[in-house]
Design a protein around this ligand. Structure first.
Ligand code: ZN
Length: 274
């Protein structure tokens, strides 16, 4: 694996994003490795809890929007392809790799904990939110600036569930940041700890949970997730994904420049996160 580290110790699997030079920006290979690591942890009978963390200053700057990636699939075909082929390709790509992975990880049959430091931007949220618990360092901050692309939020649109409707709208409208303490106040984050204690604190909590009855943990997780589903979470996430795709469609049909300008603005913002 090139972009992540994987380790199992004392019934805790730790998956570590390891692209600190790119602020753990997510490219297709990283997402594939991450998904394989989650599968491996789920299949390992010696793993009771899965921790997702990052090396470097920032948890994740979102999707990799570097010039290289903009030349790659599916973005390169989005505007170039005649008829709707490019758009359909993008829809299917994001359905599987962005919305689909996040939804799959949300439903993994073992407890998951994200340990977040520094910036957690856009697709960074799509790694943290699917986890059952989120431990934030005191320097963590969260943002979805996708409005700049003419789209109403990232593919896994859990903002309303995570922030509540008013704050979700404020953050989506402004593309602004929320800090660790406010995220904690709103219930998006379980605990806020000093940055230098983040990984040890998370490990201690993970080991405590991993010592509990595995089937009991699964039933507890299912009970909460099914309650969210009874409230409509999964169907609203699916609907919001289609609204996200509609944003891409509008851009594809008439406003390519808005998307490209938004992408380059977000890429610049990502680069500033150092
Ligand atoms: Zn998208």
């Amino acid at each position: 694996m090139s972009f992540i580290e994987y380790n199992v110790d004392n019934r805790v699997a730790t998956i570590t994003l390891n692209r600190p030079g790119q602020h753990n920006a997510q490219n297709a290979a990283l997402l594939k490795e991450l998904d394989e690591a989650f599968d491996r942890a789920v299949d390992d009978i010696d793993v009771g809890v899965i921790v997702l963390q990052s090396n470097g200053k920032h948890f994740s700057a979102g999707h990799d929007l570097s010039d290289d990636v903009l030349q790659c699939e599916p973005w390169s075909t989005m505007f170039d392809t005649v008829e709707q082929e490019g758009l359909t390709k993008l829809y299917k790509w994001e359905l599987k790799h962005y919305y689909g992975y996040s939804k799959k990880w949300r439903d993994l049959p073992k407890p998951t904990i994200a340990a977040v430091q520094g910036a957690c931007i856009a697709a960074g949220l799509m790694l943290a939110w699917p986890c059952d618990l989120i431990i934030a360092a005191d320097n963590a901050r969260f943002s979805d600036p996708v409005i700049n692309m003419g789209i109403g939020g990232v593919e896994y649109h859990a903002h309303t569930w995570e922030f509540g409707p008013r704050k979700a709208k404020e953050l989506l409208f402004t593309g602004g940041f929320i800090d660790a303490n406010e995220a904690h106040r709103l219930g998006m984050v379980n605990r806020v700890v000093p940055l230098d204690e983040l990984h040890q604190h998370t490990r201690t909590l993970a080991e405590e949970i991993a010592s509990k009855h595995a089937h009991g943990l699964l039933m507890a997780k299912q009970a909460v997730n099914q309650t969210l589903d009874a409230q409509g979470q999964t169907s609203s996430l699916q609907n919001a994904y289609n609204l996200h795709a509609l944003g891409h469609s509008n851009a594809w049909v008439m406003e390519e420049q808005i998307v490209l300008a938004g992408l380059s603005e977000m890429a610049k913002a990502n680069k500033k996160e150092s």
